[in-house]
Design a binder for this molecule. Structure first.
Ligand SMILES: [Zn+2]
Length: 233
């Protein structure tokens, strides 16, 4: 693989990320806020196993729900629990910002800095995406969350296999075992009630089955349903 894209789980980005970056030689890692904190080991592994000669792209965006969580926590003192605090909020405590937009800009700078610190000469680029310019259709469908460890499947295909729309689905992609705080943000603060774990290989299926069970024990999953989708080739 020649390129690594680290982006937010936001559903509005799926089609754009497919068309701009998914040339078949690109790995994608996505979570709440394009946040490097829970995925540092995964990024190091991607750097070790791939040449990534087209570089790393950090694709943040405006109107980001994850940054909304950080903004509320740091401006109104609202508590989001220790999982979300440690994985997401804590890193912004010493960073100054005046507005939600300012925080989103600082997030881009911070994540690029952190990626550069481990990139060992691989170029790191920032793309702040303006969601208003993506032409995402207005809809009132129920939103879903797809979790997968597959790092290169096009979202159009991934969402079709999961029997959901490309603009309806938030996507968490990477080492799903370390992403429970991202799922918590999606379920508790974005109101998603339908979580689908999507397996593209038998080894991934075994891992995701275990993940499904442990997610089922999380208190925040209380009124959300969780299922495993086999997309085996
Ligand atoms: Zn976002």
């Amino acid at each position: 693989m020649e390129r690594l894209v680290i982006s937010c789980m936001d559903r509005r980005l799926n089609e754009y990320l497919d068309s701009k970056y998914n040339d078949g030689n690109t790995l994608f890692i996505r979570n709440a806020g394009a946040n490097l904190t829970p995925i540092l080991d995964l990024v190091r592994e991607a750097l070790r196993k791939n040449e990534l000669k087209k570089g790393i792209y950090i694709a943040t965006h405006n109107d980001c729900g994850a940054m909304g969580v950080v903004f509320q926590a740091l401006t109104s003192g609202k508590s989001f629990g220790s999982g979300i605090y440690n994985a997401l909020i804590k890193q912004f405590e010493s960073i100054g910002f005046r507005s939600r937009e300012g925080l989103e800009r600082e997030n881009g700078r911070l994540q690029v800095k952190r990626a550069k610190a481990i990139a060992k000469g691989v170029p790191v680029n920032l793309e702040p995406i303006d969601v208003k310019r993506l032409g995402v259709p207005a809809e009132h469908n129920e939103h879903r969350l797809i979790l997968t460890s597959n790092l290169s499947e096009p979202y159009v295909k991934m969402t079709k296999i999961a029997n959901t729309g490309v603009f309806d689905s938030y996507i968490i992609q990477g080492d799903t075992a370390f992403m429970s705080s991202d799922v918590e943000i999606a379920v508790k603060f974005l109101g998603i009630k339908d979580v689908r774990l999507e397996a593209f290989s038998t080894s991934e299926e075994a891992r995701l089955s275990a993940e499904l069970e442990s997610l089922g024990r999380e208190p925040f999953m209380h009124d959300a349903k969780c299922s495993l989708i086999r997309a085996l080739r």
